[in-house]
Design a protein around this ligand. Structure first.
Ligand SMILES: [Zn+2]
Length: 374
């Protein structure tokens, strides 16, 4: 009897300790990582300044403004729609911390779905953080979830009816920001965030907008530029420019009947020219095996190497080098630069000229940390 009591007490203490440790780790995901904008920063506001309905919620997020003071167009760069896609967020951070705008304006939102940074995807075994060494020490970043934290939006419906298309998707997608556009002011938190982004695009008269993503290597839509059908010429011009820099991107038209996505609805509901880019991230795939920080950053997986060698799957994976974070961030930055170059040819009176960003070779040679401030 006494022994039974003793084991109950021990089990209770061990469980409580594990609970406290988990709660502390979980709590840390609610502290946003500090960012260090370049001298080019001219203003910082919140997304709720464009739609009050998200003020005081976990959906509110920082909006960084870079105004050259020279008349031109306005670009919007968004990372962190899906915060489990490390290069999506990190590419905007590298830009934010180095950018100089010499014509027009650039607006950067690194944590587009801010709520999704505060949790990770259940049952996926993802690390909650990763670290990047820099010249002045180590920077720690959160690896969040694909969707809004269920603590901020719950419960999910059995079937999600996308607004306003009424397209039916699985219930979980109700928390996916990239299914929520154009959003609505009285909808779920995710729909409200989407609505706020559409308001920002309108009010700031955004001319060109980027949504950065990553996908698993076995998904067909990877290493692509997805464009709205009205702006094919700009996409093709950029793809040519990228070819010259030895970077292969495939053009993909935004499917007209697939609703809620940025490349579809930003194009349909605003005057902005939207582009979505995807890099290949083995830590997101089903073949990946153990999911640790090394896989997230080095992007090397023996399973994917074998899959590539056998040819059983047509996958976007480089069997010798894998898909390291430098390669993925370098591709995103070069994609933005070339899309802006191409845009500037078509809109000479609405120029957006940016400088001081590291190119692909520089990032590959020196690492991402070399281009992060402290
Ligand atoms: Zn994504």
């Amino acid at each position: 009897m006494i022994r039974n009591h003793l084991s109950t007490i021990i089990i209770t203490i061990v469980t409580a300790t594990m609970g406290v440790i988990a709660a502390i780790a979980f709590g840390k995901m609610h502290h946003p990582e500090e960012l260090f904008p370049s001298d080019g920063l001219t203003g910082k506001v919140m997304l709720s300044d464009y739609f009050e309905g998200i003020k005081g919620t976990n959906g509110d997020t920082e909006v960084y403004l870079y105004d050259s003071g020279i008349e031109g167009g306005t670009a919007l760069l968004c990372g962190g729609t899906h915060s489990n896609e490390a290069a999506s967020f990190l590419s905007t951070v590298v830009i934010l911390e180095n950018l100089k705008v010499t014509s027009g304006r650039v607006i950067i939102i690194p944590r587009l779905n801010n709520s999704s940074f505060t949790c990770s995807d259940p049952m996926e075994g993802f690390p909650a953080f990763y670290e990047i060494p820099t010249k002045n020490g180590t920077r720690r970043f959160r690896l969040g979830s694909r969707v809004t934290n269920p603590l901020d939006q719950w419960p999910d419906p059995l079937v999600f009816a996308q607004y306003p298309s009424n397209q039916q998707l699985s219930g979980f997608e109700t928390r996916n920001l990239n299914r929520a556009y154009p959003g609505r002011p009285d909808g779920s938190l995710t729909e409200k965030v989407a609505y706020a982004i559409i308001q920002l695009i309108d009010k700031e008269k955004v001319n060109i907008a980027f949504d950065l993503h990553e996908s698993s290597p076995e998904v067909p839509i990877v290493n692509v530029i997805v464009y709205h059908e009205n702006y094919e010429d700009i996409a093709m011009g950029a793809i040519l420019g990228l070819e010259m820099a030895n970077l292969q991107f495939s053009p993909e038209t935004s499917p007209k009947n697939f609703h809620g996505l940025s490349h579809r609805e930003w194009g349909d509901y605003t005057d902005a020219i939207p582009f979505l880019m995807e890099t290949s991230n083995p830590s997101m795939g089903r073949l990946r095996g153990e999911t640790n920080v090394d896989l997230v950053l080095r992007g090397y997986s023996d399973n994917y190497k074998k899959a590539k060698e056998t040819g059983a799957l047509r996958i976007a994976y480089r069997e010798d080098t894998g898909e390291p974070i430098e390669h993925r961030v370098g591709r995103h930055i070069m994609g933005i630069v070339e899309l802006l170059n191409s845009y500037n040819l078509y809109y000479p009176d609405k120029q957006i000229v940016i400088e001081n960003l590291p190119d692909y070779d520089l990032i590959m040679g020196k690492g991402v940390g070399e281009f992060l401030n402290n």
